[in-house]
Every structure is written in C-alpha cells, then in structure tokens.
Design a protein around this ligand. Structure first.
Ligand SMILES: *[C@@H]1O[C@H](CO)[C@@H](O)[C@H](O)[C@H]1NC(C)=O
Ligand SMILES: *[C@@H]1O[C@H](CO)[C@@H](O)[C@H](O)[C@H]1NC(C)=O
Ligand SMILES: *[C@@H]1O[C@H](CO)[C@@H](O)[C@H](O)[C@H]1NC(C)=O
Ligand SMILES: *[C@@H]1O[C@H](CO)[C@@H](O)[C@H](O)[C@H]1NC(C)=O
Length: 367
C-alpha cells in the first residue's frame, strides 16, 4: 500500500482520505510508458475498514448460500414423491443431506378384519421405533369419494416419518370391499399386508355387540320401546337354521374375501395374524410381524404388563402406557351355548376353506 513514490514519480493523483490509489501502468507492466497512463487500485490500509469489509463479505456469502440452500431444499421437497419412481439415487441423496420427516405412502396396511383387534395391533406395532401409524382409519381404497381424491390426498393423511421408518395404516373395511385389492396393487404391488383374524363366532358376537352399541348411541330418538333383537334372533331363523345373510356372520366366513386378495397378491405378501393369540400373549405374535415387515426385533416382554382389573394386556414404551380402549374391551352379551355350538358347526366348512387358502390350520373349535 505504500505507493507514495509512484505518486510523486508519475504524478498520479491520490485523493487525501481514501484508500484509492492511482498507479502508473508501469507499476504492473514494468515498462516505461506515458506518465499520464495511470490505473486505479482500490485497497484498504486501515485495520478497522479491513475488518468491516471482511465481515460484510462473510455475511453476504452466508446469506447467498442460505438462499440457495433453502430454494434447493424446497425444490427437493416439492418434487419429492414425483422423484420416487424416476430417480431413487437423487432422492436418497436428498434424504441423507436433509433428514426431515415427510409424509409417505404406507409400506404396510392392516386390511382387516373388523372386530379382530386391528386397532390393538396397530398400537402395539407403534411400540417399534421404526413404525409410524396413521391416526385414524383413512378409508382411502374402499370409499370412492376418497379414492377419487387421488394418491396425493392419501399421502397427506399419513403421519410424518423419517427415512427408514415404516408407515402403516389400518382400515378394516378394506378386507370386505371388492375393489380394494386391485386398487392397493395399483399403488404398490409389493406392499405388505396384515390380516388379523379371530375365531369366527367370537368375532360375530363382537361385531353384533358393536353394532348394537352404535345403534343405541347414534339414534336415541327412535322408539325406545322397540327392544333390540338379541344375537340369537339375528343369527338363527325361526325354523332354527343359520341366517347366513346376517352380515356379522357373513364377514366371519373369511375365505370368501381372502380369495379375492389372493387373486391379486401372492400369499407371501399377506401375513395372517391370530388375533386371539395376540390378545392372550402379544409378544410372540409381534415378533413374527416384525420379521415379516423386515423390522429389527425391538418389541419384547418389557413393553407389556397384564392389568388384572381389565383382564387385558396393556403396553408401554419409554413415554406412555396404553391399554385397549374401554369400548374395545366391552363385555360381550351371554350367548346360549347351544347357539354358539350351532354356529361353530356352521363355520367348520368355511374355516376349512380358509385354512386351505392360508396353508395353516388355526384349530378353531368345531362345537
Ligand atoms: C412398496 O412396498 C414395499 C414393501 O413395504 C416397500 O419396500 C417399497 O418401498 C414400497 N414402494 C413404494 C414406491 O412406496
Ligand atoms: C328356514 O327359514 C329361512 C327363512 O325363513 C329359509 O330361507 C330356510 O330355507 C328355512 N330352512 C329350513 C331348513 O326350512
Ligand atoms: C388397570 O385397569 C383399571 C381399570 O381400567 C385402571 O383403573 C387401573 O389404573 C389399571 N392399572 C394399571 C396398572 O394400569
Ligand atoms: C410411545 O407411544 C405413544 C402412544 O402410542 C407415542 O405417541 C409416542 O411417540 C411413543 N414414544 C416412543 C418413544 O416411541
């Protein structure tokens, strides 16, 4: 910065209080030239000014980088699911660089059966740190008004999850709705499906109990004198034969519905969960499910305790305890033993067909 000798020699002008120097070209050319041929050099000689300039430069670099980073991030997020199919490596990169939680389509679905413990199953699976669950029943594939909103709507109903976590949703009516298997296959042909079943007569009684409870709460204004029909009146005709058309019985003939799923999905993609065993002794069932879903074994006996008052298992993780909700554990009406055994007899044939489809004998009682 000491250039006074050039000023004097070449007659270049230096404004007194600025750090701007006029240098002769010669200073860089190292050849004698026209003395009026001066060039402008901007320099900083004072430490305070130098520091200020340095800080301003750093700040502007920081903000520029920030703007670029933010816009890149938002672009990646916007194109996130579109990228899913086209460019998995770019997606992976974006997930590694920015490990944010985003909403993802489910990789596993609990497809049914109603009253077999679908809620309990989902809650128990949620004990696993790699599992995220949809909050309610989404009913995307079984209700046309939802299905017509498209996959993007469906994805928005899902919880946030991190890369490597699994999103699971349950809607028990998927199992009995004819359009559903094909629609799920169209979304993801390699999705994993969980079907939880219970002994068919127990399930039918539970279904009846819920329908009656719903009817009682949803229509308190309808004639209170008309006493609801008993289970027996609904499942048996006056002549004593089984009323096959009664929906809680029809749904318990699982093979009718599973048949449709197996026309669309290979058997290995559907895990049959024994709901009666899940309630009695959850851990071995959950360990099977972890394996099926490709999850590390994490759920164990430490997650469960038996509540004597309720007669149900409750489960816990580091932060909270949960039991089956009161309404889920509601008491079943007493059903006369002869009705139960009549129904069990009726289901023998249906159960046999179901066992054949799944390749496993669940040993349900025959009388
Ligand atoms: C489809 O489901 C399988 C099994 O869960 C999963 O591994 C895969 O990532 C899913 N594909 C898409 C596109 O979500
Ligand atoms: C019993 O009654 C139902 C309906 O009333 C009828 O469909 C069925 O055929 C009858 N069964 C016998 C064995 O009579
Ligand atoms: C067991 O269930 C009863 C009845 O719902 C409840 O009051 C009690 O707090 C529960 N006990 C434990 C240890 O969870
Ligand atoms: C524990 O379970 C509750 C309720 O299911 C859930 O909200 C919470 O995130 C879970 N905590 C951990 C650490 O998994």
């Amino acid at each position: 910065m000491n250039s006074s000798r050039f000023e004097k020699k070449r007659g270049c002008v230096r404004p007194p209080h600025f750090d701007i120097l006029w240098l002769p070209r010669a200073a860089i050319r190292s050849v004698e030239g026209d003395p009026s041929d001066c060039i402008l050099v901007v320099g900083v000689s004072r430490p305070k000014i130098a520091l200020t300039v340095f800080v301003v430069m750093l700040l502007s670099m920081f903000f520029t980088f920030h703007v670029i980073y933010d816009s890149a991030l938002s672009t990646l997020h916007n194109t996130h699911h579109q990228l899913d199919k086209q460019s998995p490596s770019l997606l992976l990169l974006s997930r590694k660089l920015y490990p944010t939680a985003v909403k993802r389509l489910p990789q596993a679905i609990i497809m049914g059966v109603r009253k077999c413990g679908t809620r309990a199953l989902l809650e128990m699976l949620h004990l696993h740190p790699k599992v995220q669950k949809a909050a309610g029943e989404v009913h995307f594939f079984d209700r046309d008004e939802n299905y017509n909103k498209g996959l993007e709507w469906y994805r928005m109903q899902m919880p946030h999850s991190y890369f490597g976590q699994m999103t699971i949703e349950k809607s028990p009516s998927y199992f009995v709705t004819p359009e559903v298997p094909e629609r799920i296959r169209a979304m993801n042909a390699s999705i994993k499906l969980l079907l939880i079943v219970r002994e068919p007569v127990t399930r039918a009684i539970s279904d009846y109990t819920q329908l009656r409870a719903n009817a009682a709460t949803s229509s308190p204004t309808t004639l209170p004198t008309a006493s609801p029909k008993s289970f027996e009146q609904l499942v048996l005709h006056p002549n004593g034969s089984v009323n096959e058309g009664y929906r809680p019985l029809a749904i318990s003939a699982y093979h009718h519905y599973l048949h449709r799923w197996l026309e669309v999905f290979p058997r290995e993609q559907i895990l049959i969960v024994n709901g009666d065993m899940l309630i009695e002794d959850p851990v071995p069932q959950l360990q099977k499910i972890e394996q099926f879903l490709g999850l590390e074994p994490k759920i164990g006996n430490h997650n469960f305790y038996f509540n004597e008052t309720k007669g149900f298992f409750c489960w816990r993780n580091e932060t909270s305890n949960r039991c089956l909700r009161e309404t889920k554990g509601r008491k079943h009406p007493r059903v006369a033993p002869h009705v139960v055994s009549k129904l069990r007899g009726y289901f023998v044939e249906h159960n046999q067909k179901f066992y054949e489809l799944i390749g496993e004998d669940l040993g349900w009682p025959e009388d």
